[in-house]
Design a protein. Structure first.
Length: 588
């Protein structure tokens, strides 16, 4: 349902609009009634209407000024002007303000219903245009290769949760399901024969090339028999690719071959990344069978590239990992393995496990764990922090060496230290001068004691950050309260002016102000002004319009309106009651 705000200074008109129009049948809901433009503007901040139906002639702020202010706040809001004036100037102003509809009084409920029906249809048409399914689908498929390339790069360089990766993969149309995962990196050895020509392809970004390559992989369904012809005529000049000196074109052809072979084996995805071909292996078999299939697929890729392009290739292959989050580490292992190609006598298919001593499994305090721990320290609950630490400690086994465990826990403590510093907390203030955090860790006799020490440090830092944040909140609010009390008599005092004084954003300020004071800033400002007005009415002989000016109201009539609305009686009646009460007290 669309939300409607009704604005008219005549109560019977407002009530008539509510009763005489079947709002529910129009799929519209009335979310507020206001007596003038000022009140409507304040109310709009709270109820966020889709449609504002307003009279043009009202005290304090007329309908045209209200329309202007509403447009500044929310350009999408629809404004309907109701007026008994038929002058050209009013109509011209309404058009200049992009008022959506203009209805002359007197009007019937049927006329207003017809207008609202037309306006709602217009709004639905605008929404449909923004949400045009076919246009979105076309744009999606155009952007799909870029999204796929970006996701692949994310897998290799960033630590993201499996849920995040699978969700993004589904959006990109990629299947990344496997029992285990492996990464291999393939590089070509063209021995200088492939000097690059100044081609348009060289000017493209790496991401754009990856996107094109991924799209080729998605669209490609050539048979093995067509592969040779495709390669020899890809340049479109009749020149064989084998005779070409264009290294980048050969690399592109090598990727096509690798991707096709990789797909034939059902091994996963092949893509270009940073001038190398990356082969993401999705092990659906597990155990020795899965490792055997990966090796067969890698050997066939290398054999096919050498057969069709006469270019030898070297492959570095990382350790098999159990989750997509581990693909980053498998890629790092693959690059490390590839470095061993420079060692004489090394096989062109290099497994990291063959060239480096493997332990029970590297202890890695990876990016995902760092992000989770940092978030828990800065904004999480104690339970969330303890759960994060449990996951961190779970990586450690009795098979890991003492030095490996110590280095791992030092990385954890370093992350804690950085989180404290980023939050403006000094570790010396938390643990005292002369503390030796790392040295204390090395002196502990066992793993259990070390874990308890890390847990104790984390909980203390989390508590200190939370206390500091609360102190910051209170300090900001206290400054805002003080500034408001000093400047409430300024008619132009606003949230923006207070935030400018405090050098913070209005969104951040409004959130913490309401949390601490239990009132919005505008409600608090009105409360301060009303209390000041009551004091002046009790203790001085100032006239109502003079008091209005002293408490921040530029218009005396609007002051009287607000006073009666919030206090329940007019300023004049309040002064009389206050005088009677004072006299009764003196008699007693």
């Amino acid at each position: 349902m669309y939300r409607v705000l009704l604005v008219d200074d005549e109560e019977d008109v407002r009530e008539g609009l509510v009763v005489e129009v079947d709002w529910e049948a129009l799929d519209l809901s009335i979310v507020g009634l206001a007596e003038n433009g000022r009140e409507a503007l304040e109310m709009a901040e709270r109820v966020d209407p889709d449609i504002v139906v307003t009279d043009i002639s009202m005290p304090f702020m007329d309908g045209l000024e209200l329309a202007k202010r509403l447009r500044e706040r929310n350009p999408l809001v629809k404004v309907v002007i109701l007026t008994g004036y038929d002058e050209f100037d009013y109509a011209r102003q309404a058009v200049s303000l992009s008022v959506d509809e203009y209805l002359l009084k007197p009007f019937s409920a049927g006329h207003l219903t017809e207008l609202l029906t037309r306006l709602r249809a217009q709004m639905e048409s605008e929404v449909a245009e923004r949400e045009n399914v076919q246009q979105l689908r076309d744009h999606y498929y155009t952007s799909l290769p870029l999204l796929q390339a970006d996701l692949m790069a994310t897998l290799l360089h960033r630590q993201k949760s499996p849920e995040y990766i699978h969700d993004k993969a589904k959006q990109c149309g990629l299947d990344l399901h496997g029992e285990r995962y492996g990464v291999s990196v393939l590089t070509l050895h063209m021995d200088g024969e492939g000097k690059k020509k100044p081609r348009r392809m060289q000017a493209e970004t790496s991401q754009a090339r990856n996107a094109e390559i991924v799209q080729q992989e998605v669209d490609r369904e050539p048979s093995g028999a067509e592969r040779q012809n495709t390669l020899e005529h890809r340049q479109g000049t009749g020149q064989s690719l084998l005779q070409s000196e264009d290294a980048e074109l050969k690399q592109f052809a090598a990727l096509n071959i690798a991707a096709e072979v990789w797909m034939e084996h059902g091994a996963g995805h092949a893509f270009m990344h940073q001038e190398t071909i990356v082969l993401l292996y999705m092990d659906r078999w597990g155990g020795a069978e899965g490792e055997k299939r990966q090796q067969q697929a890698l050997e066939n890729v290398m054999r096919s590239i050498n057969h069709y392009l006469r270019i030898p290739a070297t492959v570095g292959s990382g350790q098999i990992v159990n989750t997509l989050a581990g693909v980053k580490h498998a890629y790092e292992d693959a690059l490390l393995a590839l470095d061993y190609r420079l060692v004489p006598g090394t096989d062109p298919l290099i497994y990291i496990a063959d060239v480096e001593r493997q332990t029970a499994g590297k202890l890695r305090f990876d990016e995902l764990k760092q992000q989770t721990l940092t978030r828990c320290l800065k904004a999480g609950t104690q339970t969330e922090l303890e759960e994060a630490l449990e996951i961190i400690f779970r990586e450690i086994t009795v098979e890991h060496g003492r030095s490996d465990i110590q280095l791992y826990l030092i990385e954890v403590l370093t992350t804690v230290w950085k989180a404290a510093q980023a939050s403006g907390e000094a570790m010396e203030d938390i643990f005292g001068a002369g503390f030796q955090l790392y040295a204390d860790l090395f002196r502990l006799p066992g793993l259990s004691e070390a874990q308890n020490k890390v847990r104790e440090v984390c909980l203390l830092v989390q508590h200190r950050i939370a206390s500091g944040r609360q102190h910051v909140y209170k300090d900001i609010v206290e400054q805002a309260l003080s500034f408001t009390k000093e400047h409430y008599a300024d008619p132009d005092l606003s949230i923006q002016k207070v935030c400018g004084h405090l050098h913070i954003s209005s969104g951040y300020f409004c959130g913490i102000f309401k949390k601490e004071v239990q009132l919005t800033f505008l409600q608090y400002l009105m409360q301060i002004r009303m209390e000041a007005a009551k004091e002046l009415l009790r203790s001085t002989e100032l006239k109502s319009f003079e008091i209005a000016g002293q408490v921040g109201f530029a218009e005396p009539n609007y002051f009287s309106f607000c006073f009666k609305k919030h206090i329940g009686i007019s300023p004049k009646e309040y002064r009389k009651q206050a005088a009677l009460t004072a006299n009764e007290g003196s008699i007693r």
